[in-house]
Design a protein around this ligand. Structure first.
Ligand SMILES: Cc1cc2nc3c(=O)[nH]c(=O)nc-3n(C[C@H](O)[C@H](O)[C@H](O)COP(=O)(O)O)c2cc1C
Length: 209
């Protein structure tokens, strides 16, 4: 089983979303049958930022491969690597802090890189079709405040929309909210996140922890 673990916090150390993503991966590994090995790929978008989708990148993407300059080919290759990593994954685990009511810019850059027409999605006569099917997605969401199920939470509708558009419809969420609301609230938020992780559905059925 290939697990792709993605961190998007700008913090190299002490990130709650990265830690929770790691705990989810450990939970998945622990639930695997003995004869199934887990290969984990860690993509830390904070430590190794992916370049933004700017004009140079767009021009490179829209130039046929055989006509690209070396610089354009290098730029497209960076996106190709992220797409290949995702295509190979059976399970995707994302750590996602809330930054100014949205997803971190680094995560948006990753989404811009993996969303490629005719590769990860296509339009048919019936409408759009996601081409990244059969994957399980787990997302650890960390917030200083409490925005779950409110209109201020733009992250969850956005992530569900774009991941489903790409074919990843099996999505489970873990929330750690109120992390900036004092030590007690922080402790409660983390304890709640850990119990949500224990209750995640791994594989075909819920695995009691
Ligand atoms: C630049 C920045 C913007 C933030 N914006 C929000 C926000 O809009 N809403 C919120 O609830 N928390 C916000 N926070 C708090 C973070 O979501 C919270 O500290 C979270 O734990 C960060 O994730 P991390 O621990 O993985 O780094 C913000 C933090 C930073 C550094």
């Amino acid at each position: 089983m290939n697990i792709l673990q993605i961190h998007s916090s700008a913090r190299a150390d002490g990130s709650h979303s990265s830690r929770l993503a790691h705990t989810i991966v450990e939970r998945i590994r622990a639930a695997l049958p003995d004869d199934v090995d887990a290969a984990i790929t860690l993509r830390d978008l904070g430590r190794t930022p992916h370049p933004e989708l700017n004009e140079t990148a767009l021009q490179a993407l829209f130039t046929p491969a055989e006509q690209r300059t070396a610089e354009q080919a290098d730029r497209v290759a960076l996106d190709d690597a992220l797409i290949a990593e995702l295509q190979a994954a059976d399970v995707v685990v994302l750590g996602v802090p809330m930054y100014n009511f949205g997803v971190p810019a680094q995560l948006k850059n990753w989404i811009d890189a993996i969303s490629r027409a005719k590769v990860t999605f296509q339009y048919t006569a019936k409408g759009p079709e996601g081409l990244l099917k059969g994957k399980k997605v787990y997302i650890a969401l960390t917030r200083g405040g409490q925005y779950r199920n409110t209109p201020a939470d733009t992250q969850v509708p956005y992530l569900k929309t774009v991941l489903s558009f790409l074919g990843m419809t099996d999505i489970q969420l873990v929330y750690a909210e109120g992390l900036a609301m004092g030590p007690d609230a922080e402790q409660q938020a983390l304890a709640s996140a850990h119990s949500q992780i224990k209750e995640l559905v791994i594989g075909e059925e819920a695995v009691a922890a």
